[in-house]
Design a protein around this ligand. Structure first.
Ligand SMILES: Nc1ncnc2c1ncn2[C@@H]1O[C@H](COP(=O)(O)OP(=O)(O)OP(=O)(O)O)[C@@H](O)[C@H]1O
Length: 307
């Protein structure tokens, strides 16, 4: 059974559609990545899942509870790191950790202190005197130390230096290894590729592609330079390969199947040069967000402010 499920989930702010009929399922143990450019609707989706925003239409449930009408039950199962976590500025780091671990039924002061140590965070400092990155680390200690079945992280590594980023991703991997579920939004494609097993791409409020990371890793791009003007993929290989681009003597092919038969055939054509590269999430991201012939959205489509 899915641990998170949305069906045709839609959120409008006035006339502006921030989420447009999004249907997705997250399975227990998934590390589920949410990708999309600024304003795509990632935070709106996460805030709707947490019951902070009322869906305009469609449904969403977490652990079988409706996210809006049963939001208390939902929040008991979720630890959430917002993109702009606000913590009491007058409190010292240590008191913040104690306060939140007492508050959350699945919290633990001991775990949060151990994390602060791992992130090399000075807990003597008051929140108001911490840097942006230090406050982010503190919020992460609060969220990552709870044992909630679902952990939702909105851009968890923003503002962090590379060594803390690495430590945060290790924590995500530990959560995954303990069988819990993570939903993670990030602009850092390599992080998504590293820790997620599934990823969805949001674009202007719509889910435009869902991709398993293991399938993504099997996808390759072959670029070849060939003098033969009559290049044609043989019938027997057409199922395995797709020609995506041809310009003069340069041809780009993509495939997600076994490379051996394809490379054997290409070798018989004696190309002048041949390059083989894993397609990677970055190429998919570019293709999804800058499709050929796409015109950028005019400003007239911008939302109106809604409280
Ligand atoms: N309360 C609101 N009233 C009006 N429009 C809103 C409101 N909240 C969000 N929006 C709009 O909804 C769209 C989606 O915003 P959202 O914050 O979900 O994007 P995002 O994908 O998280 O972006 P980013 O990567 O920049 O954080 C944006 O155009 C934003 O301006």
């Amino acid at each position: 059974m899915s641990i998170v499920e949305t069906r045709a989930l839609t959120k409008r702010f006035g006339d502006f559609v921030a989420l447009d009929r999004c249907s997705l399922t997250v399975q227990p143990g998934d590390v589920f990545g949410l990708l999309g450019p600024n304003g795509a609707g990632k935070t709106t989706l996460l805030r709707t899942l947490l019951g902070f925003l009322r869906p305009s239409s469609g449904t969403a449930s977490i652990c079988g509870h409706d996210v809006f009408s049963e939001s208390l039950a939902v929040r008991q199962n979720v630890a959430y790191l917002p993109g702009d976590a606000r913590l009491p500025r007058h409190m010292r780091g240590r008191s913040v950790l104690r306060f939140f671990s007492d508050l959350h039924p699945l919290g633990s002061a001991e775990r949060s202190l151990a994390l602060a140590d791992r992130f090399e965070l000075d807990l003597q400092r008051r929140v108001g005197f911490m840097s942006t990155g230090m406050r982010q680390k503190l919020a992460l200690c609060v969220v990552l130390s709870t044992q909630s079945p679902i952990v939702i992280l909105d851009e968890p590594t923003a503002n962090l230096d590379p060594s803390v980023r690495k430590a945060v991703l290790e924590q995500v991997e530990q959560i995954r290894d303990s069988g819990r579920t993570v939903i993670l939004s990030s602009h850092v494609l390599s992080e998504i590729e590293q820790v997620c097993n599934r990823v969805v791409f949001l674009r202007r409020g719509q889910l435009v592609l869902e991709q398993s990371i293991s399938e993504l890793k099997d996808r390759h791009r072959i670029i070849l330079w060939i003098d033969d003007k009559h290049f044609e993929i043989p019938h027997s290989l057409r199922e395995r390969v797709e020609e995506t681009f041809r310009e003069g003597d340069r041809i780009v092919l993509e495939t997600d199947s076994d490379l051996a038969p394809l490379l054997s055939w290409l070798a018989t054509l004696a190309p002048r040069e041949l390059r083989l590269e894993p397609l990677g999430i970055e190429a998919i991201y570019d293709r999804v967000h800058h499709p050929v012939g796409d015109a950028s959205v005019a400003d007239s489509n911008a939302p109106q402010e809604v409280a």
